[in-house]
Design a protein around this ligand. Structure first.
Ligand SMILES: *Cc1c(COP(=O)(O)O)cnc(C)c1O
Length: 423
């Protein structure tokens, strides 16, 4: 027996019993021309704006207006150590220790800075393993690192591919690759959750396996942070990077996160690019003398950061701190399980969910493959008031986000999809 039922009543009842229901009101929901809220299913692309964000940013604008440069020390949240006020809550979100986490730069930039430290090719071991359907920016970054070090950007990339006729990646295949050419692979760099299929990888299993073959292991957790419990520390990965504008609701292009495992925290031998913000805080403003490396992930910072973006991140993280990633993922599993139940109940031959059915191998996103579909299906959904995401050739990605999406949202989405498919 399923824990779910069909029908609108069931959805409404679930919303009523939802302990996180009040958070929907803490966000601005995009509306159509008539002022009615749209069904927003793209929190995996750009998270919605918390209503509180404006106050957080306004506070910094005010402090800047009133204090000028003194705001570095005198602002309500002093700018000089501002990133430190984000560390603990961000560490909680990604399952890391505070010394392992820093908010800085943007995502692809962080990926490059991490590769400066953790992609150290040698004549024998120079290849980088990525998933075949990696996010384009990650693929480009990896290829350019290969070229930067003088290697061929095709020959140097090892792809972990799904089997013929399958969509998801299989760990046996990863093991086989490492068995065959593990001693040539310098770095394994995978999306923690694949952006296309929504497959949430077993980070610990991959990191353990990679290390066994002498590879460094890093993850791009753009689709994981704020969505699933990443447990980055326990995974043992060398590094991870993520953005804050998807599930972390910190606004378009906001600063990104970066994780460096504790075992590297005090390693001064690790090559890295540095700036004055990587230097010992106590002597940073002496401006003279030798470089003195800050320990931990903080030691990878370069610049004094944009406070307005950090204020938006703080607004969001304060909410995550209040809710707790455990409660959030508990609701998420239920909401996405319900979504899956309704889609399966359609018994439409035309659609296939390519995201794993095991709730521990996915976050909130379901990727729905539609037979013989083209983008007009997506356009029809848009006309019907659903904001979803279309990926060529035939996949719709929908991500019911537990902080602001409701069971009724999911119900309405599937109803609209049914109507369109039956046309
Ligand atoms: C969203 C996303 C990006 C985007 O990179 P930016 O540097 O923030 O533009 C890169 N990689 C993955 C896996 C993503 O999901």
């Amino acid at each position: 027996m399923s824990e779910f039922k069909t029908g609108l009543e069931f959805a409404k009842q679930q919303d009523q019993n939802d302990i996180l229901k009040s958070y929907r009101d803490a966000f601005y929901l995009p509306k159509n021309k008539n002022g009615e809220p749209l069904i927003y299913m793209t929190g995996n692309s750009l998270g919605l704006q918390p209503k509180a964000t404006k106050q957080y940013i306004n506070q910094e604008l005010e402090d800047w207006a009133n204090l000028g440069v003194e705001g570095h020390f005198e602002a309500k949240t002093p700018w000089l150590p501002y990133h430190e006020f984000l560390t603990e809550s961000m560490a909680h979100v990604v399952g890391a220790k505070p010394i392992e986490v820093i908010v800085m730069n943007t995502l692809t930039a962080n990926l490059h800075f991490m590769m400066v430290s953790f992609y150290k090719p040698t004549k024998k071991r120079y290849k980088i393993l990525i998933e075949s359907d990696a996010f384009p920016s990650d693929k480009y970054a990896v290829e350019s690192q290969l070229r930067h070090h003088g290697y061929d950007d095709k020959e140097g990339v090892v792809l972990w591919k799904p089997r013929e006729g399958e969509e998801l990646l299989n760990y046996d295949d990863l093991e086989a690759i490492l068995e065959a050419q593990g001693d040539e692979i310098a770095l394994i760099m995978l999306g923690g959750i694949n952006y296309y299929t929504g497959q949430f990888f077993d980070l610990k299993r991959i990191a353990t396996l990679g290390h066994k073959y002498g590879c460094n292991v890093g993850f791009d957790c753009a689709h994981g942070a704020g969505n699933v419990q990443l447990n980055l520390h326990d995974s043992g990965a060398d590094f991870a990077v993520w953005c804050t504008y998807k599930y972390l609701n910190a606004g378009p292009g906001s600063l990104a996160g970066c994780f460096v495992h504790e075992r590297h925290a005090h390693n001064r031998e690790l090559n890295r690019f540095t700036g004055w913000w990587s230097h010992n805080k106590k002597t940073r403003f002496n401006m003279r003398g030798e470089f003195d490396q800050l320990p931990g992930a903080e030691g990878w910072q370069l610049s004094n950061p944009p406070i307005l973006s950090m204020a938006a991140i703080k607004a969001s993280l304060d909410m995550f701190q209040e809710v707790g990633i455990e409660k959030l993922t508990a609701k998420s599993k239920k909401l996405t399980g319900y979504f899956e139940f309704l889609l399966n109940d359609l018994s439409e031959d035309a659609i296939k969910i390519i995201t794993p059915t095991n709730p521990d191998e996915r976050g909130c996103q379901l990727s729905i493959q539609v037979k013989n579909a083209n983008k007009t299906l997506h356009n029809k959904l848009t006309e019907a008031g659903v904001i979803s995401d279309w990926r060529e050739p035939d996949v719709i990605r929908c991500a019911p986000v537990p902080l602001y999406n409701s069971f009724e949202d999911v119900y309405q989405l599937v109803e609209k999809l049914k109507t369109i498919l039956n046309e």
